[in-house]
Each structure stands twice: as structure tokens, then as C-alpha cells.
Design a protein around this ligand. Sequence first.
Ligand SMILES: Cc1cc2nc3c(=O)[nH]c(=O)nc-3n(C[C@H](O)[C@H](O)[C@H](O)COP(=O)(O)OP(=O)(O)OC[C@H]3O[C@@H](n4cnc5c(N)ncnc54)[C@H](O)[C@@H]3O)c2cc1C
Length: 463
Amino acid sequence: MKEIVCKLLVIGAGPGGYICAIRAGQLGIDTVIVEAVKAGGTCLNIGCIPSKALIHAAEEFEKVSHMAAAKSPLGISVETPKLDLAKTIAWKDGIVGRLNSGVLGLLRKARVKIVHGRAKFRDGKTVEVETETGTQVIRAETIVIATGSEPVELPFLPFGGPVISSTEALSLKTVPQKLVVVGGGYIGLELGTAFAKLGSKVTVVEATSQILPQYDAELVKPVAKRLADLGIRVLTGAKAKGLSGNTLLIETAEGAEEQLAADKILVTVGRKPRTEGWGLDELDLDRAGKFLRIDDRCRTSMRGVHAIGDITGEPMLAHRAMAQGEMVAEIVAGKKRTWDKRCIPAVCFTDPEIVTAGLSPDEARAQGYEIRVGQFPFSANGRAMTMLSEDGFVRIVARADSNLVLGIQAVGSGVSELSSAFALAIEMGARLEDIAATIHAHPTRSEGFQEAALKALGHALHI
Ligand SMILES: Cc1cc2nc3c(=O)[nH]c(=O)nc-3n(C[C@H](O)[C@H](O)[C@H](O)COP(=O)(O)OP(=O)(O)OC[C@H]3O[C@@H](n4cnc5c(N)ncnc54)[C@H](O)[C@@H]3O)c2cc1C
């Protein structure tokens, strides 16, 4: 097969890689992208998109079930709903398929050459790809590594049989009667909550003393309350120890042994960078722990080799990967770009949702800031009342001396859609007065954002 020579080679067509390749193509760079599985990567095929589809279906089913149990105060009643999970999964696969073709179409439109197969490094300028029609050698001036991450497997709970990762959980054809989730981070809780709403009896086993350990207790409280309302058993400080048939053995926080019978055991204890088995070791790039070390231009320790996305570390989020991809394409095109983002918003699509952007009060204090904090509860927000979802709040953290906004957090139903307003405020260097003086449409949850700013300034109007 004839060797391909190009200016830019992107390895991996996840959100980091495909955005990098599209932007490079737009800038007229001769670009090739290699993908081993499916364009769109983890996010589009087995992550963000399918999980949000399942979460939405579960929410709808739970709403109707609630009405069928005559628990709705809205005066709506329905007959007992039924669920055909295989049909739900087929609908989810349809969305994934549409987006997948969309990404391929965008790559073609940007004149990016797509090579299907697994890339293996020969050296820092050359890879070989095992394609369906033979080995394709690609030589490039610049290479971008965007190979993402994969689920961490516990040695005593290897994937297979009843033990599944998020990938299998997103393609189950029947709802497991009993589901044990090992790991109470965002992926485990998003999926655990969805299956509880679909009818599974769910138990979450979390080794640390709190679910969602990376968030502060105040933000997690409404989520913990809802898990309890849904009948989900949460065991914090508990450690999975091993498997006997379909029974998970755990050690509880009190040191007692317990056996949890399960149809499926979903292990979501983290994700690790995809660095092994494709010649990356031979390049001997500097590492930051298990991840590739990069600088503020996503350059690795080897000239001409960049890395973006999950392989470069936390936060392992699709929008971080995309922003890095776009930046690297512009750098390759000769533009002056460095990573100058003030914040990377993060959303937990739990029930209720959690959004964080910038610094929490504790993080701000730890960085030596004197701060003022304004918090506004959704129980005082008209829109939240009309939607029967008053749990949660918006919180703003600002410098006490200048009112410069350092961080914004929220927990509540639908707050994911506020994440862009939060990030924009921080990126533009907003002060509390800017948010307080901006007219927020009524009645919306976003008024809680304005009220939190007013509260921090000492004159909230609706509380
Ligand atoms: C269940 C779940 C839910 C998630 N939900 C969210 C969410 O709501 N929001 C969010 O921001 N993030 C979410 N994430 C995380 C998000 O999916 C990742 O942060 C994102 O996909 C990382 O993008 P990436 O481009 O770095 O890598 P990936 O998306 O992992 O893509 C890497 C690509 O490289 C390919 N590849 C690997 N090795 C090779 C090779 N040698 N040759 C060729 N191709 C190769 C892979 O096949 C893959 O397609 C979720 C993840 C999971 C698992």
C-alpha cells in the first residue's frame, strides 16, 4: 500500500481528535485522522451521548410510573406504564448512529482523510495502521495523540459475565432486577439512578466516605436525598472484595463482611489513559502519573508530537478535549495560541444535576483568597416551584476585595443548561455587579443565578 505523507496526523477520532482534524482541515492543513473503532470516540458511542439518552428515557419512565401510582399532585393519572428496554436501546443507537455519520460528514467536508484501523507508532513521525486492506504507513510532520481513555478494571472483579463496565450497561436489553454499582462517582451514579428509575433494585458501593467525592457535601446532599427517595441503597466507606458466582463480597464501613446478590455488577471506579499496546511506550514520552505530560500548548516532551483529551489527564471531559483539539489545530497552522482558559465547567447528570465552574468556596480559601459567597435556593424560585423541583441552589464565590467571580456551583433539576452562563461569566471576568445588573428572564431557574449574585452583594430580592 502506498505510504501517506501529510502535514498533520491525528490518532483517535473522539471529541478531541475529530475537532482537531476538522479545525485543521478548515485552516487548509493537509490532515489525516486514524480511528480504530468508530468516529466520535467514547463520548459519542459509549459515553456522554448514549448515557444521556438512557437517563432521559429513565426520567420519562419514572415520571409516568409516578403518575400511575397516583402520586402526582398535577392531577394527571395514567395506566401502569410498560418498558421495552430493547426498543429504548435501539432508539439510543439511532441517535448515536446519526451523530456518528454527522462527524464523518464534517471530517469529509473539511477535506480530512479518514483511515480506519488501529495506529501503531514506528517512530515519532511515522505510524502504521492495520486496515481491512493491509498495512498503511502514514508519515506526518506533526502528530496529535488523541486516543482517550478506557474503564479501570478491578483485578478481583474482571469484566465479563455479570461484571460489566459502563459500555455494556448502555446496551443491556433487559433491566437487571438487582444491580450493584461499584464506585459512586458521576458515571456510576448517573447510570445507577437511570436503572433505579427503570425498575432495578440498586445498591451503590463507594469506598470513600461520600458519593461524588470530588464535590463538596452541600452540593451532594440533594443528590443523596433523591437516591434515598428512589430506594437506592448507598454504602459509603465500603469496599468491594471479590465475587462468588453472582454475589459481590464487600467489607462495610464498620468492617463487617456482607454479600450482595446481583444480576449485574457495574464497575465504575475510574478511567485510565489508553497508552498501552500501540507503540507509545517506545517513544518514551514524559508522563504525569499514568497520563502524558503536556505543556500549555498540548506539546509532549517530543518535538512535533502533541497530545489532547483524556490521555492528558483530568478533568477527563469531552469539552476539554474539544477545546484542546481546536487550539492544537490552530497552533499547527501557525497561530499564537496557549491554554488560557479560566475554567472548565463540569456537569454531573445525576438527579438533581450538579454544575461546577471555577473555584468552590474551600478551593478559593485554600488559594489564599478572602471571599464572599452568595447562595440562592430554588425553593424561592417560581419556575422551580412550577416544575415540582425545588431542591438545590445556585452559589457564587467572589473575591471579597473586588467582587471578581471566582467560581459558580449549582445543584438542581435542569441546571446543566446554566453551565454556559456560569463559564461565560468566569471567562469574561465578571464581577458580582455584572451578574446582578443583567436582566434574567422571568420565570426561569437562571434568576437563581442573578439572586445568588445579589445575595453575595447583601441585597437579594426574593429571599
Ligand atoms: C459513561 C460515560 C459518560 C460520560 N459522560 C460525559 C459527559 O456527560 N460529559 C463529558 O464531558 N464527558 C463525559 N464522559 C467522558 C468523555 O466521554 C471523555 O472525556 C471524552 O470522550 C474524551 O475524548 P478523547 O477525544 O480524549 O477520547 P475518546 O473519546 O476516548 O476517543 C479516543 C478515540 O481514539 C481511538 N483510538 C484509541 N487508540 C487508537 C489507536 N491506536 N489507533 C486509532 N484509534 C485509536 C478510540 O477508538 C476512540 O475512538 C463520559 C464517559 C463515559 C464513559
